[in-house]
Structures are given as C-alpha cells and as structure tokens.
Design a protein around this ligand. Structure first.
Ligand code: FAD
Length: 445
C-alpha cells in the first residue's frame, strides 16, 4: 500500500493498514509530518501551535488518538471576561454571548436557531440528498444572510463567524456546504465556543505530537521530502512517481487536500466528475499569529484573552499560553479577505497591523511583544491554504459523491472527506480510519 501525505489522515490510515498486516509506505512532500498541524518554538523554548490545535467534546476519534499516543489535553484558558469591539466601542462580557445592541443579538439568535434547524435536515453521509439540497446549494451564505437577517450589525457578526470557522467569506460558500459543515460538528455553537465547543482543550506539547508520535511508531514506513507527482494505474496495481524514485503498490491512498490532489498527474486520466470536483474545492485563507509576552498581563486585568472585533485585520484572539501560564501568548487570527489582503504586505507591515489590532483590544502593553510568530497558510505549497476546502454553490449537489468514491485503485481520504467533524483534526482521523477499512476490503476481494 502506498499513502500520499503524512498528515493525520495519511498517518492514521497507515497505522491501521500496518496493524492489519499490510506493507505500507507513506510518501510525504515536506521535511516533517503533520501537514496542517505544526508546532513552532518561541525564543525561550515554549511550544506553540501554528496550525490546527484545539480539540473538544464529541471529537472522539482525535481524543482516542491522543490517548493512544499518550498525549494529554489541558483546558484552553477561559477565566474572566471577554472583549468585544463593535463600531469603534469596546465592551467586556462574560460567557459566550457578546455585549452587542439588543436588536443585533436578537437577530443573530434567530438566524442561528434557523440555521441549526436547517442543518439538522442535512444527511451527513450524503448532504446532496437533503430535501432542500438543490435550493440551498443554489445560493451562498451571503445571499441567505441578506435576505433573512434584518440588521446590518447581525449580518456583519455572522460574516465574522463564517470567517472564523471557514477562513473564507460568506460570499464564497454554498449555503448547503455551510449547513453540512455545522451539522457535521454538531451545531453552530459547538463550532464557535470554547466551553463545550471545538476550542475547549489543547494538547500538551502542541498538537503536532499526535503526528510525530504516530510517525515515530511507523518508523521508516514514513518517507519525508518525497512529493508524489504522478499516479499511474494498470491491471496489477499503481506506480507512484515521486521525488527520489517510484513506488509500486497494489493500491494508493491519496491523503492530501483535494485541491492539491487535483494538481497530480494521473494515468489513465481520472473520470471527469472527479477532476471537476477537485477544480471546484478552493482552500480558505488564514494567517495564524502568536504574540509572545513575558507574562499573560491580560489575566491580571481579569480578561480571558478572547476578543472579537468587527474591524480587521485581527478579528479574533485567544490566550495561547502554555499550561504553566508563562510566557503569555496571544493567538491572533487573520482570516478570509483580511488574510488575502495582508498576504501581500511585507513581514514588518504585517507585524505592525497584527500588533495594532492587539493594542486596540488589550491596551498598550500588547504593543511590545518579545516575539511574533506567524504562518500564512495560503503561501504553503503543500497545503494551498487552510483551514480546509470550501464549496461554492452547485459543487456538492453536482460533484459531492465524487469526494470519497475511489477511482480504480486510488482511494481518497483527508478531513475534507469526513462526515463527522469535517474540516477538523477529528475529521482527518475519522477519514484515515474509514479509508483503511475501505482499502482492506478492496485488497481482500
Ligand atoms: C491555522 C489552522 C488552524 C486550525 N485549527 C484547528 C483546530 O483548532 N482544531 C482542529 O481540529 N482543526 C484545526 N485546523 C484544521 C486541521 O488542522 C486539519 O483539518 C487537519 O490537520 C487536516 O489533516 P489531513 O491529514 O486531512 O490533511 P493535511 O494535514 O493537509 O495532510 C496532508 C499531507 O500531505 C502532504 N502533501 C501534500 N501534497 C503532497 C504530495 N504531492 N505528495 C506527498 N505529500 C503531499 C502535506 O505536506 C501534508 O503533510 C486548523 C488548520 C489550520 C491550518
């Protein structure tokens, strides 16, 4: 068996195939494992996460993986008040509901209830079969917001929520894909919240430990610096043409984002529905930043470090200090159109813009970080953007079934193929487990 990509999906697939007695090789393009999950180290040796990091309730498969590899989880710092900046005014509040004008809050609440109700009718394994699939896949989240949300403030805050979850704009996204995605994680609150939500916990040692420990167990099964360029299928098996030579196998598992899978060369050419699917799955745009301070000064001020702002470039922050609380680390997200714009700036312009946002939210002390680490995921050759792929109108209903359908001896995995927690680390783990079973059955036939 040959697996393309040593992200969580590819590594989990390899783990399960090796466990069921198959001989496996994993070809990874980068000089490291983990893909969209990567640790970085600050000047004083503190580990921070520049890719996927949080885990939360109902993410059972990634939590099982953490237990399996002996990685502990710890709660995201969530004590005190949050900050919301809205129309130039700043307010503090406790809990999940920001202090916004009552009509705006009411409007958001109504929209959320309605979207959650609609999402529950979308089947997770076949979202294109939802009773209203055609209608919902015929419009964007933006057009829905314009016709169903009365106040401008609520529309703006819901657009911000879309950027927070997808790193894309409401205008980029099919309403059906949005509904599928929130159902896949439970409901909108679960996607957005810290307590009881997807941001509840972190991994001691940084989330990349999951991938590093899986790879350690797999040993020389995992080969780094070996981008796959071409996949050739014949009657007996597959040949993967990669840097530093070809690999022959009975079947291939492609565990890379669909957009990148579409950039590989296939012989024979893939069926048109698969090729057209991969032409229609762009990745989101996000710059994830860590500002490091001697101490988490906002904690002494009674703040959680969580802030939301209706102006960019940073719209969301979190306290991302290590379990010891020192040094203090503020995590800042630049997402969607803000990330696309900031991508074009020089590193020093970018740093100034990011630190400027932090000062607006947390005061002058935020203006003197000892260090700012950042990663522009759209500039990553082997990711093409993040957090994941999003679907424009028409794609799910026209090409959705091609997401997981094998093409001859080539099988597809990765978080984009998951039915539960699609787009998340948990979805990646589930998709790796699913494809290992699929391949084992195919090999047994
Ligand atoms: C900034 C950011 C924040 C996020 N936050 C969270 C979070 O808090 N919680 C959460 O659950 N999820 C989060 N995510 C999403 C999560 O990281 C991903 O869903 C998950 O890691 C995807 O895993 P994967 O194995 O499907 O794909 P990937 O991680 O993309 O793995 C694909 C692998 O294939 C390799 N590759 C690509 N092309 C080739 C090629 N041609 N040949 C060989 N190898 C190749 C890549 O280098 C990579 O290692 C975040 C992502 C980002 C970037």
């Amino acid at each position: 068996m040959a697996v393309v990509g040593a992200g969580l999906a590819g590594l989990v697939a390899a783990r399960d195939l090796v466990a069921s007695g198959h001989s496996v090789v994993v070809l990874e393009a980068r000089d490291r494992v983990g893909g969209r999950v990567v640790n970085a180290t600050t000047a004083d040796g503190t580990i921070v996460e520049l890719g996927g990091q949080w885990v939360g309730p109902t993410q059972d498969r990634v939590l099982a993986l953490a237990e399996d590899v002996g990685a502990d989880v710890f709660p995201t710092y969530d004590e005190g008040q949050n900050v919301v900046r809205y129309r130039g005014r700043q307010r503090r509040y406790r809990g999940a509901i920001p202090r916004l004008p009552a009509p705006v809050l009411l409007d958001i609440g109504r929209a959320q209830l309605r979207l959650d109700r609609m999402a529950r009718t979308v089947p997770l394994d076949e979202p294109w079969r939802a009773a209203k699939a055609e209608r919902w896949d015929g419009e964007t989240v933006e057009t829905w917001l314009r016709s169903h949300v009365r106040t401008r403030g609520a529309r703006d805050m819901l657009r911000l929520a879309v950027r927070a979850v997808f790193a894309a704009e409401a205008a980029d996204l099919s309403l059906l894909h949005f509904l599928f995605y929130s159902h896949s994680g439970g409901c909108l609150d679960r996607l957005l919240n810290v307590a009881g939500g997807a941001q509840e916990s972190r991994l001691v040692g940084g989330s990349q430990v999951l991938a590093l420990r899986l790879a350690e167990r797999l040993g020389d099964v995992v080969q780094l610096n070996r981008p796959t360029r071409r996949i050739v299928q014949d009657g007996d098996g597959v040949r993967l043409e990669a840097d530093a030579g070809s690999v022959r196998a009975r079947r291939a598992v492609v565990a890379i984002p669909p957009t990148l899978a579409g950039r590989l060369d296939y012989e024979p050419v893939l069926p048109p529905w698969r090729d057209q699917l991969t032409q229609a799955l762009p990745m989101g745009s996000v710059i994830k930043c860590m500002a490091v301070y001697d101490e988490a000064f906002w904690r002494a001020d009674g703040l959680t470090g969580q802030s939301t702002a209706d102006e960019g470039p940073v719209e969301l922050t979190f306290d991302n200090s290590p379990p010891s609380g020192r040094p203090g680390v503020l995590l800042a997200f630049v997402e969607g159109a803000h990330a696309r714009a900031l991508s074009r700036s020089t590193p020093s312009e970018r740093r100034d813009a990011i630190v400027g946002s932090l000062v607006r939210a947390f005061g002058p002390r935020a203006g003197a970080p000892s260090e700012v680490l950042e990663l522009d995921w759209s500039a990553e050759r082997w990711s093409g953007g993040c957090y994941g792929a999003h679907l424009a109108p028409g794609v799910l209903t026209e090409f959705g079934p091609a997401l997981r359908e094998p093409c001859g001896r080539v099988h597809w995995t990765g978080t984009e193929t998951a039915t539960v927690w699609a787009g998340y680390m948990d979805g990646a783990v589930r998709s790796g487990e699913r494809v290992a079973v699929e391949v084992a059955h195919a090999l047994a036939r």
